[in-house]
Design a protein around this ligand. Structure first.
Ligand code: ATP
Ligand code: MG
Length: 492
């Protein structure tokens, strides 16, 4: 059974129970008021006819009735009648006595000029002795008795009690009011049911269809929480799950794309030297290299291609190991001043050979110690300096290496005056296989892995690496490594 049906049943149940409750209350009230179990319907219809008077008033009426039967002429005695009237006044009732059509006593209680005409005519059989009448807006209930005076003249006594006009109004409107009340109950129930289904069932339906969409692999919809209640919170949780799924889906797709790119780049970069080597070997086999000089040049080319292939495979291997976190880092506290001085010593020959003027600026006030894997950091430095050499197009070739020690970080800056990197290319140079000049056969060679490896290594150190560059002016590569507390090592 769906929640909707269950709710409909429970609402209908509550409605029926409320109606039964009203009926029961009305019946109990009736019993309490009348002392017996007569129906509410009867009470409604004949209450005033049966009980127009109070108990005391009824007693006085019975006394006068007895008198009318036994000594009717006494009912012409005005003193006596006034006495009766006085007693009735205490009961908020009044007396009216007539002989033929003339009133012989009319209580002052009512001050009602039309009273005589409003009263029913004579009926000796006394078929209906209790009833109601109204004069204008005012509503009266009465008990009457018709009799004959000793001279055969017709006489009537009326004990009359005025009722609130609202009583009559209520009596008249009771069926309409009851229907209205039931109508209001039913409508209120329907509205509540609608409200509950709207705030509860509809979001659940939405959730179900969203789950179905996710099942079918559609993740690009948005689920808006309709309310702040528990159902709204559920929708929110569902929505964040969807976003998470969508994100990981996108990441997976990106990974897939970059994996394909990687394979295509590797095959491309390997195929070029292999094709070359194959070509030169075929040249040798076919006797094209027919002089010792040609043969030597062919073999040199084959050797250099093999070396570049070896370098590429080596870079690829290192990159993929770093990427898969399979290359362990061995950290030691290293003073970067010493480290850089050693590295520069090693690089100096190569730099001078290429005509580059190297300037070393140690801006620390003594030492700059960081936790470093020296072999890997050396690899980073070599890759950066290698680039500075490769992309240098000025006559006056300069490379500055600056070391600064700050509060938290040690910073290394490699600043060259090479050709620089365009604004569009700058954000991508640390991506694998990215080369600002896409022509892979350019004289500079290289696969675009140098800076990607550098970034992997610096990331592994928990440091930062970034580039600043201006086309035609030069490039600065910045490396930040967290500084070790001075007390943690005993360098000096
Ligand atoms: P590899 O280093 O693998 O031999 P690569 O040098 O092309 O190849 P990266 O070192 O990753 O690759 O550099 C990426 C690109 O960034 C380079 O192709 C080059 O266009 C640009 N680049 C890097 N360093 C500099 C620099 N100092 N001056 C100008 N351009 C640079
Ligand atoms: Mg490089």
């Amino acid at each position: 059974m769906s929640i909707r049906i269950k709710m409909l049943l429970s609402f209908t149940g509550m409605l029926v129970i409320s109606l039964l409750f009203i009926l029961l209350t009305a019946s109990l009230y009736t019993i309490a008021a009348t002392g017996d179990l007569q129906g509410f319907r009867d009470i409604y219809k004949v209450h005033y006819q049966v009980n127009p008077l109070t108990e005391q008033g009824e007693a006085i009426f019975q006394e006068m009735k007895f008198m009318a039967k036994n000594s009717p002429d006494e009912l012409q005695n005005k003193v006596l009648l006034r006495e009766f009237d006085m007693k009735l006044r205490a009961e908020k009732s009044g007396l009216y006595v007539r002989r033929e059509n003339n009133p012989i006593f009319e209580s002052r209680t009512f001050h009602q000029p039309g009273l005589g005409q409003a009263l029913p005519s004579y009926d000796l059989s006394n078929n209906q002795i209790r009833s109601t009448f109204n004069i204008g807006e005012r509503f009266y209930a009465y008990a009457k008795f018709d009799f004959q005076y000793s001279d055969e003249k017709r006489g009537s006594i009326f004990v009359i009690r005025e009722r609130s006009p609202f009583a009559e109004l209520t009596r008249k409107l009771l069926p309409v009011m009851s229907l209205l009340l039931i109508g209001v109950l039913v409508i209120a129930n329907l509205l509540l049911f609608r409200w509950i289904t709207r705030s509860f069932i509809q979001p659940l339906h939405q959730l179900r269809s969203s789950a179905e969409q996710i099942k079918n692999g559609h993740l690009s919809f948005e689920l808006e929480p309709a309310s702040n209640d528990e159902v709204g919170q559920l929708s929110e949780a569902f929505e964040s799950m969807r976003q998470q799924l969508q994100r990981s889906n996108e990441l997976r797709q990106q990974d897939e794309v970059s994996r394909r790119e990687l394979i295509s780049n590797i095959s491309h970069d390997l195929r070029t030297p292999i094709t070359n080597i194959k070509g030169y070997i075929e040249g040798i086999r076919d006797g094209v290299a027919n002089t010792p000089e040609k043969m030597e040049s062919y073999i040199n080319i084959i050797h250099s291609k093999a070396v570049s292939m070896d370098k590429l495979v080596d870079e690829l291997f290192l990159y993929s190991k770093l990427d898969l976190n399979q290359e362990p880092f061995v950290f030691n506290p290293v003073d970067l001043v010493d480290f850089m001085e050693d590295s520069i010593e090693e690089l100096r020959y190569d730099l001078e050979d290429k005509g580059v003027v190297l300037a070393w600026h140690n801006r620390t006030s003594g030492s700059a110690v960081s936790a470093v894997d020296p072999d890997k950091l050396k690899r980073t430095v070599v890759n950066i300096v290698d680039n500075a050499l490769k992309y240098m197009d000025h006559e006056d070739k300069r490379l500055s290496i600056i070391l600064e020690a700050h509060q938290e970080w040690n910073t290394l800056i490699f600043r060259d005056n090479g050709k620089g990197i365009s604004e569009e290319a700058l954000p991508h140079i640390f991506e694998r296989f990215y080369r600002a000049e896409q022509s892979r056969n350019s004289s500079t060679g290289g696969s675009g892995l140098g800076l990607a490896i550098a970034r992997q290594i610096i990331d592994g150190h928990g440091g930062l690496i970034w580039a600043e560059s201006k086309l035609g002016e030069g490039t600065s590569i910045h490396i930040q490594l967290r500084r070790l507390e001075k007390g943690k090592h005993n360098h000096d």
